[in-house]
Design a protein around this ligand. Structure first.
Ligand SMILES: NC(=O)c1ccc[n+]([C@@H]2O[C@H](COP(=O)([O-])OP(=O)(O)OC[C@H]3O[C@@H](n4cnc5c(N)ncnc54)[C@H](OP(=O)(O)O)[C@@H]3O)[C@@H](O)[C@H]2O)c1
Ligand SMILES: *[C@@H]1O[C@H](CO)[C@@H](O)[C@H](O)[C@H]1NC(C)=O
Length: 329
């Protein structure tokens, strides 16, 4: 009988090339996965006595963010459009965090009436609001309109949050120091604001619309931070990374079979929702950001956004346009 070590050494000699290739490929995948995972929020800050409101918190990174806030002891409000899914998420978060102070409230960002109703509920029934997290989002849907006739992605990702934030500013100021976190995306880098055709009526393209809405998020953060100087309310926008969530629900069905296969391989490498929530959590709680406002973050670190996201004149123009569209002007 051959010794085990002899068998091993024969195997290695006979399959040397294959082993090297397999090992290199394995190491490359691990390195890629590690690189994809990005930064982690290391802050141990507790949030007892604080209130956090998160939009779109029934799934994806919003739900992970809500769980983290609950684990830190905050009162957490999940503002969601689907109350059944929201209640299931709230149950899970209460159970996993051991924090019973997790509530759901109805919010459909594609309806200005729904936004106003939620804001009134919060103003009337909440004593404070310490952290507002504008997380909900829709990506690359077919051409469609919100209840008020706005193009869907701009309406939900930007205008709904624009109105919500403005309606909650008094409560946030009363609760200062307080924070507003706006979940944007790397997709803003290829975006531009189509001031002459904001609803993209002339030529709707789903990726153009998503990019415009995510650029609007970064510009809104800048202008809002400028307006809130000296109030103790600070504002942050961010790219959460590429994460395996339900965000691709409109994109996936439009892919060809081979694209679907690549897409599924890709999703096994990208960030998990927990990893994807880290930059949001960092902007919401990290002590080092207490006196910073208006900046853009990625992987738990500041990042310079695209040049068109640093255009203060455009930020002001977008504010005025948004205010008139939602009836705040
Ligand atoms: N995943 C990524 O790779 C990635 C990359 C860059 C940026 N982001 C940003 O991260 C944020 C969260 O996305 P995610 O990846 O966690 O996606 P997700 O799993 O699809 O979650 C999106 C959330 O937004 C909610 N939502 C959609 N339309 C709404 C509306 N009209 N009113 C109220 N809530 C609405 C959804 O509610 P329902 O469950 O009821 O639909 C869901 O709770 C988005 O702003 C997205 O743009 C994500
Ligand atoms: C923020 O500013 C306050 C007041 O000036 C100061 O007490 C605090 O140490 C600053 N925090 C940080 C993280 O810089």
């Amino acid at each position: 009988m051959q010794k085990y070590s002899q068998v091993m050494s024969d195997f290695v000699q006979n399959h040397a090339t294959g082993l090297i290739v397999a090992f290199t490929a394995g190491a490359a995948v691990l390195a890629l996965r590690r690189w994809m995972a990005g930064g982690v929020c290391r802050s141990k800050v507790r949030l007892e006595g604080k209130t956090v409101l998160i939009t779109g918190a029934n799934t994806g990174i919003g739900k992970e963010t809500a769980l983290d806030m609950a684990q830190r002891g905050a009162r957490v409000i999940l503002a969601c459009r689907d109350m059944t899914r929201a209640r299931i998420a709230a149950d899970e978060i209460r159970q996993q965090s051991g924090n019973g102070n997790v509530v759901v409230k109805k919010l459909d960002l594609s309806s200005l009436q729904s936004v106003r109703d939620l804001a009134r509920d919060v103003q009337e029934n909440e004593e404070r609001l310490d952290i507002l997290i504008n997380n909900a989002g829709i990506m690359m849907c077919p051409k469609s309109k919100t209840e008020d006739g706005f193009e869907m992605q701009f309406g939900v990702n930007h205008l709904g949050h624009f109105l919500l934030t403005n309606c909650l500013l008094d409560l946030l100021k009363k609760s200062a120091p307080s924070r507003i976190v706006i979940v944007s995306s790397l997709a803003h880098e290829k975006g531009r604001i189509h001031f002459d055709d904001i609803n993209l009526d002339k030529d709707y393209r789903r990726e153009r619309s998503y990019r415009q809405s995510k650029l609007a998020n970064v510009l809104f953060c800048r202008e809002l931070a400028a307006r809130l100087q000296g109030t103790g309310v600070t504002v942050y926008s961010l790219h959460p990374g590429v994460i395996h969530t339900e965000l691709s629900r409109h994109l996936y069905p439009t892919l060809a079979l081979w694209q679907k296969v690549i897409f599924m391989l890709f999703t096994s490498l990208v960030k998990s929702p927990w990893e994807g929530a880290q930059t949001t959590i960092y902007c919401a709680v990290d002590e080092s950001l207490a006196n910073v406002s208006g900046l853009y973050y990625s992987d738990c670190a500041p990042k310079t956004p695209a040049p068109q996201a640093l255009d203060d004149a455009a930020a002001k123009k977008l504010w005025d346009l948004s205010a008139s569209m939602v009836g705040l002007a």
